[in-house]
Design a protein around this ligand. Structure first.
Ligand code: SAM
Length: 850
């Protein structure tokens, strides 16, 4: 293991176009702060108290009671502005000493790492690489693996990789190691810090065998390609090829003398037990014909199990010479002579050199499984954090069921801003897993009706489960593409019976894949806000995005009859969907979450209409599927420009339906969990410009916690490299104007119907709207007037964020007065310390024509 850095400081790579656009939008300094904040978890955890069951004060008292007399009472408190929120205080990053790990290390997947940062333990499927000889009970340094550059969420390391614990040795120590162990001797000072490799394959009997019993990554063992790639990726260049040319020497069936690898390996032997021993026997053979560099499978047979070790060692020049496979039959002297150096921080592994994990260490952990078990198991606890870099508040698992749920604070703000009256009829267009829906129900004192849509069948079950768990009865959930929920004139009516996929939805699957908050086994549709619908018994930090998939509701006492559950349900599940559901349930079980009842029937309420006539609802929440660029922590930012455009297009389509379904006089809240202005301010602009005769923007609160929105016209991603005028200066100055305008407008808004009307005649010019005349960022008013059209887009070319395919153009955000009325939660604001989030509220003043 390389020297573990004391500080957590991951380098998160963004798509260059997206980064450039966001830098332009936020300014360099704010972007850097934001990006850093996004790579870390918030220090506080928010529990929403189910006020239908208990009070926040009661929750605080119970938590303190559980924490015991010695605990700091400041660790739990009721939020001063959001009385239904109880805040638990965490801390970090902490300096962690990894000395106790004695060089042992485990590298986990990004998703598992993100879950760890929020307080979760590591489950077996999240483990990618383990030092040889790690046994149950061992302390290990826990690091997060990087993703392949440009490889989506494909990790650089394949699950099943064995790391070779590298301790500097000297030739005499090597000689003393005895027969059967070839050690590569570090010959430079740099190498001394990095590497000495116990090179016989038997150092880890099944190290390169994955959970299916096959060689984990054939290309990586070819002695060439993977190492060359890695060398290229790290600038290792020229040295790689000659080193690879050393080729792959033989492997064997011999066992490493355990005593040669020290106590840890001996421990592994003792702990691994008969199963591991049997596996060793099974894999003990496998002579690879001379230099199996191609990694070829046996002709006509299953892939040969191989045990070659690719070790990299330190050479005199300190440069990378990857891909050297050590022949265990070679003498120490031979090997040492052939061995070039790994640069400092690099680690030898069964897949070749592994890049330094600088800044990616997340804590000291104790292995709950041996290395072999971690790789073989498909589920189960693999590692528990002993000394995490970020400490989440202590668990509050003892609270009665249905008392609290983990929910991000801004999510509460969105529902509270809508503030539906008891007895009203509300539509939650994108409701699963139901966090905001159930809060709306609590605000309505469970009186009235909330229709809750989600386009994903299994997620509708989650809404049902959560409502049951909370004892809410006014929610009626059904599977529905909310964009199709508007009744069309007779003759055009689609039967929205729960199968509603099809036209215009190409966007959603792509969005879902990326918007999902770690739902690896999910059905592909992410909830985007990282909230797991777990009530009562919640363990802070463990449910939110924990290792993939918030999971569903389920379990819980279900005294209340949820309207969703009744009605003539019928089987609608295809074989593919059934398998997907099975995987989803298995994943939930692995994480210790009780899945909802098996889905055998459509959970949709059969009493609900297939679609609704215009003006059907008193209040409407559009918590839109989005790019989720506000979620924390994120150790990889994958969103590309096309994806962001797709998100914005889908949001506008949903807005087009929302504005019609709401009755005149009703309120609409639009929210996202992204920092992308193209999905936030530009979408508000779209609605105001297109429906300005029927809608006005009103203050999105109380409570008011977030900052103002972004002001002005802005270059798109494509233009970001050549900003128009001083565009990047705009946010700072404009937000100051917005802040002062905010106070004025929020005060003037009174009961929510006030504020500054945006529009009132179609095509809003943000340079003129509102009380604070302003110069639109970086563009003259004439320029703006020339280009603005409904939708906040620039004439001629579709906005990169809002259009259906245009790559250039510009987008228009808000006037200062408008910006003051929305809430933009900045994840880098230390006082807020929330995820990135956006909330806007509109009042419908007249019917939408057409
Ligand atoms: C941000 S999440 C909603 C979170 C939810 N409001 C809560 O607070 O728990 C967005 C949800 O929208 C759903 N969704 C995406 N496109 C949809 C559509 N066209 N119609 C209905 N639901 C959709 C996704 O399945 C996802 O569950």
């Amino acid at each position: 293991m390389a020297e573990a850095p004391k500080e957590f400081s991951p380098e998160v790579i963004w798509d260059p176009e997206v980064e450039s656009y966001l830098r332009g939008a936020l300014g360099d300094e704010r972007f850097d702060r934001t990006a850093a904040a996004l790579s870390r978890p918030p220090r506080t955890t928010c529990m929403r108290v189910n006020t239908l069951r208990t009070t926040p004060q009661e929750v605080v008292a119970r938590v303190l009671q559980q924490l015991g007399p010695g605990c700091d009472p400041g660790v739990v408190r009721v939020h001063p502005k959001v009385p239904c929120a109880v805040i638990l205080q965490g801390s970090g990053p902490h300096e962690v000493s990894y000395e106790a790990a004695g060089g042992r290390e485990v590298i986990v997947s990004r998703k598992a790492g993100e879950a760890v940062l929020r307080g979760a333990p590591v489950f077996a499927p999240g483990v990618l690489a383990v030092s040889s000889g790690v046994a149950r009970g061992d302390l290990v340094a826990l690091a997060v693996g990087r993703e392949k550059p440009g490889g989506g969420d494909t990790p650089e390391l394949t699950r099943g990789t064995t790391l070779y614990t590298c301790t500097a040795t000297n030739p005499s120590a090597t000689a003393a190691a005895g027969a059967g162990v070839a050690e590569v001797t570090a010959t430079t000072a740099a190498a001394a810090a990095a590497t000495t490799v116990p090179a016989t394959d038997t150092a880890a009997p099944d190290a390169d065998v994955n959970s299916d019993g096959l060689v984990a990554d054939q290309p990586g063992r070819s002695g060439g390609s993977r190492q060359e790639q890695q060398a290229a990726a790290t600038g290792g260049s020229g040295a790689a090829a000659p080193a690879a040319a050393h080729g792959v020497a033989a492997t064997e069936g011999r066992r490493r003398p355990r005593e040669a690898s020290g106590a840890a390996a001996a421990g592994a032997k003792a702990e691994d037990g008969p199963a591991a021993a049997a596996a060793e026997e099974e894999e003990g053979e496998g002579e690879e014909p001379g230099g199996a560099a191609g990694g070829g499978d046996r002709p006509g047979g299953r892939p040969r199990r191989r045990r070659q070790r690719h070790c990299a060692a330190a050479g005199a020049d300190g440069g990378l010479a990857a891909g050297l496979a050590v022949d265990p039959t070679a003498t120490t002297a031979d090997t040492a002579a052939a061995a070039p150096a790994l640069p400092p921080g690099w680690t030898a592994s069964s897949q070749g050199p592994v890049a330094p994990r600088r800044g990616m260490y997340v804590g000291l952990a104790r292995a709950a499984m041996s290395r072999q078990e971690m790789f073989r198991a498909r589920e189960g606890l693999a590692l528990e954090l002993v000394e995490p870099v970020f400490r989440v508040p202590p668990a509050v698992g003892g609270l009665p069921p249905g008392w609290v749920m983990l929910q991000n604070l801004p999510s509460l703000v969105a529902a509270l801003a809508l503030d539906p009256a008891p007895g009203s009829r509300v539509l939650d267009m994108c409701a699963a897993p139901g966090g905001k829906t159930t809060l709306l129900a609590a605000i309505m004192e469970d009186q009235g009706e909330i229709v809750a849509f989600d386009r994903t069948h299994s997620k509708v079950s989650e809404i049902v489960s959560l409502a049951r768990e909370l004892g809410v009865s006014c929610i009626r959930a059904r599977k529905m593409d909310a964009g199709k929920a508007l009744q069309r004139p007779t003759g055009h009516q689609e039967h929205s019976n729960g199968h509603g996929h099809g036209n215009g939805e190409a966007v959603a699957p792509a969005m879902a894949r990326q918007a999902g908050d770690g739902s690896a086994e999910d059905d592909g549709l992410g909830d985007g806000n990282g909230e797991a619908p777990r009530m009562g018994g919640a363990v802070p930090g463990r449910a939110e995005g924990g290792g993939g998939g918030g999971g569903g509701g389920g379990g819980g006492s279900a005294e209340a009859s949820v309207a969703v559950a009744k009605g003539a349900s019928r089987p609608v599940v295809s074989e593919k969907a059934r398998q997907r559901e099975e995987r989803r349930r298995a994943a939930m079980l692995r994480r210790g979450i009780t899945p909802p009842e098996p889905r055998t029937a459509n959970p949709a309420d059969a009493d609900l209409p297939a679609a609704y006539p215009p003006e059907s609802f008193d209040a409407l929440l559009l918590d839109a599927p989005c790019s989720a660029l506000g979620l924390r922590p994120r150790l990889q930012q994958q969103a590309g420009p096309l994806y962001l455009r797709q998100c914005a297009a889908a949001q506008r389509r949903l807005m087009d339906t929302a504005v019609r379904l709401l009755r005149v006089g009703g309120s609409l809240v639009y929210s996202t969990c992204t920092i992308n202005p193209g999905e936030n301010e530009a979408c508000v602009r779209y609605l105001l410009d297109k429906y300005g005769t029927s809608f006005q923007l009103v203050p999105a609160g109380p409570p008011f916690l977030g900052g103002p929105g972004l002001v002005g016209r802005h270059p798109t991603m494509a233009e970001a490299g050549r900003p128009i005028g001083a565009a990047s200066d705009a946010p700072a100055s404009a937000s100051a104007a917005a802040t002062s305008a905010r106070d004025a407008s929020a005060g003037a808004a009174g009961g929510g119907a006030g504020g500054v009307a945006a529009g009132g005649g179609g095509g809003t010019d943000p340079a003129r709207v509102g009380s604070a005349p302003m110069r639109v960022a970086g563009a003259s008013e004439a320029e703006v007037e020339a280009v603005v059209r409904p939708g906040g887009l620039v004439e001629e070319e579709e906005s990169a964020c809002g259009g259906e395919g245009g790559a250039a153009g510009g987008e228009v955000w808000l006037s200062a007065a408008e910006a003051a009325m929305v809430q933009r939660f900045d994840p880098s604001d230390p006082d807020l310390d929330t995820i990135g989030f956006f909330v806007a509220k509109f009042l419908k003043t007249a019917p939408v024509v057409g």
